[in-house]
Design a protein around this ligand. Structure first.
Ligand SMILES: Cc1cc2nc3c(=O)[nH]c(=O)nc-3n(C[C@H](O)[C@H](O)[C@H](O)COP(=O)(O)OP(=O)(O)OC[C@H]3O[C@@H](n4cnc5c(N)ncnc54)[C@H](O)[C@@H]3O)c2cc1C
Length: 408
């Protein structure tokens, strides 16, 4: 392997560098430049999604390319770059990554080949996809999910009923991956994932949610009212589900729930988002602190300000290393043991909250008004500590793994 360049302290090959420089160029020209506009309007940035699709950055091929690099560097640093540019627009572009990961984690190769391209659409006609697990009364506690899927053997179809809440790309997606209970008595172990194709009767958008941050990313309620899908829309297939349910009924290890299989594969990606946002805030505050003068010298020369900067620079470096390590492990084994995904998500997303708060503090009054992006980023950051498992849930998972006890 020939190392051609350093990228935030990481050694990259020519191929990795080419992809990341291409992405960085698009991020700065199209995403960073439009962040404030879409944060204000709270609308989906279709023009940017279309530009990303036209140049190949938004496509199933590019998604596969990011994840084909077994070192984890292209995926980890690529996601970091997108969210460094602007978190809201980045999620509008990368939000399809979660249902895509659910397809890969739960689907057969045939299902992945059929549905992954449909999640992204084409270069001329891009589409988005949604992953629907949460419900108004069941977010952290997925076992409380009320959405049901009932099988009809005669017609080989599933009928889904329920209401999902807080769904990224909900209602505007062409492919909805829906987690539903097939055996309520088994709690989260009695759940399965289904693909609901665009235009399926009975699936509709409910309330569109008004948010404090990530406003360029569409979030809504999704209503499933007697939604009928063919048997082959069950991800992984009926045989696999029946075997898993039989084990769960005997109280044997069944490999966990459908939602958890997805989250295990995506937590390091949310951590990469956290590193990107933390770096954006840190760099902005650092550059401001070098030019803003108070008491006759740049504020970066005041020790309390430089301490915040030094702490952030150190933690961003360490968070990035953790994300790359988790990405490499997941992409080479499709498994993350020792709560590795939870550890990096917890550290990197809490870091994003601290970095954006410190950036506002370092900019002072200028940070509190919308002349600079740091106030927006401060509103964006907490979502990363909430979705795909809150920080408290990550701590429960980590503590359970570390102690061998069931921490809840
Ligand atoms: C903008 C946005 C986009 C989202 N996108 C999606 C999406 O695309 N698909 C999807 O399925 N979901 C999505 N979600 C939902 C998200 O995953 C949930 O909001 C999240 O899992 C938390 O669930 P909750 O909101 O019900 O909080 P609750 O579960 O009600 O938790 C409330 C508080 O209690 C704490 N708590 C709960 N249980 C415990 C416990 N056992 N131990 C300690 N503390 C606990 C939590 O940490 C939190 O602080 C999105 C949410 C938002 C805001």
């Amino acid at each position: 392997m020939t190392i051609s360049a350093k990228w935030h302290g990481c050694d990259l090959t020519d191929d990795q560098l080419t992809v990341l420089e291409w992405l960085r160029d698009f991020c700065q020209k199209e995403i960073r430049a439009n962040g404030a506009k879409y944060h204000k309007s709270q609308t989906t940035p279709w023009d940017i999604i279309k530009k990303a699709a036209a140049c190949g950055i938004y496509s199933d091929d590019f998604f596969k390319q990011l994840f084909a690099d077994p070192t984890g560097l292209t995926a980890a640093l690529g996601i970091e770059e997108l969210f460094h540019a602007d978190p809201g627009i980045a999620l509008a572009i990368f939000g399809t990554g979660l249902p895509a990961a659910a397809l890969i984690a739960n689907g057969t190769q045939k299902q992945v080949d059929e549905w992954l391209p449909k999640c992204f659409g084409t270069a001329k006609d891009p589409k988005v996809a949604a992953f629907c697990t949460s419900e108004a009364d069941a977010g952290s506690d997925v076992s409380g999910m009320k959405t049901r899927a009932v099988y009809d053997e005669k017609s080989d179809t599933w009928t889904l009923n329920g209401t999902k809440y807080w769904i990224t790309n909900g209602g505007i997606a062409d492919v909805h991956v829906v987690v539903a209970s097939v055996d309520p008595e088994l709690g989260s172990r009695g759940q399965a994932s289904f693909v609901v194709p665009g235009g399926t009767k009975g699936l509709s958008e409910g309330a569109v949610l008004d948010k404090m941050g990530f406003r360029a990313s569409h979030t809504s309620e999704v209503v499933l009212d007697d939604v009928v899908v063919p048997g082959d829309c069950l991800l992984g297939g009926k045989d696999k589900l029946d075997k898993r349910l039989a084990k769960a009924r005997k109280n044997e290890s069944s490999g966990g729930s459908a939602a958890m299989a997805t989250f295990e594969g995506t937590r390091w990606m949310v951590a990469a988002m956290g590193v990107g946002l933390a770096r954006a805030a840190y760099e902005y505050a650092r550059d401001y602190a070098k030019t803003r003068v108070a008491f006759g010298k740049p504020i970066a020369e005041h020790q309390q300000v430089s301490e915040m900067l030094a702490n952030l620079a150190t933690d961003i470096y360490l968070a990035r290393l953790g994300v790359i390590d988790a990405a490499r492990t997941y992409l080479t084994t499709l498994h993350l043991g020792a709560a590795q995904g939870s550890k990096v998500k917890l550290f990197a997303t809490e870091l994003a909250v601290r970095a954006t708060r410190d950036a506002v503090q370092i900019l002072g009054g200028a940070g509190y008004v919308n002349d600079h992006p740091v106030a927006q980023w401060y509103a964006d950051a907490p979502l990363l500590t909430i979705f795909e498992g809150t920080s408290q849930i990550q701590k429960n998972i980590i503590a359970s793994v570390e102690t061998g006890l069931r921490v809840r």
